[in-house]
Design a protein around this ligand. Sequence first.
Ligand SMILES: [Zn+2]
Length: 173
Amino acid sequence: MTNHPHSFSRYCMHCGERLTSAVPEGDTKRRLVCIDCGFVHYLNPRPVAGTIPVRDDGACLLVRRAIEPRRGLWVFPGGYMDVGETAEEAAMRETLEEANLEVAGLDLLGVYTRIEPGVVVIVYEAVAAGEASAGHETSEVGWFAPHEIPWDEIAFDSTERALRDWVARRLRA
Ligand SMILES: [Zn+2]
């Protein structure tokens, strides 16, 4: 997952004046509002898309993070969507970049909100097509059966929640 802190400018993108915190007319929440032109700067979460690739024997692929935050911990391949691609395309692209793995048959597993960094993680179960290897921003790949998931070394709360849903789905199947 690409490191992309949730940051924002303190200055108006239209006129360059300072922003202040205020409740705009007709709104119910405090927003960043330009003190000069009145433009409201909404802060919206960023969508992240990823896959839990599964191979023939039922094991899923995780990658070990080579970058901060949570360097050295395990996560499924995923990252920020680019403008111009669908969530499925972003998930497949990130899987190729981070694990050198082609996937197919994407099946939505769940959507997981991380409040504090302001991201919404869209997770697909996918069919692994071929072998994987460490790629961009990862140091290692590993295949884990549902009972082998390294729960003590999982990178993010959203990673754990998605993997628990995946394990529950596997046990039902
Ligand atoms: Zn302004």
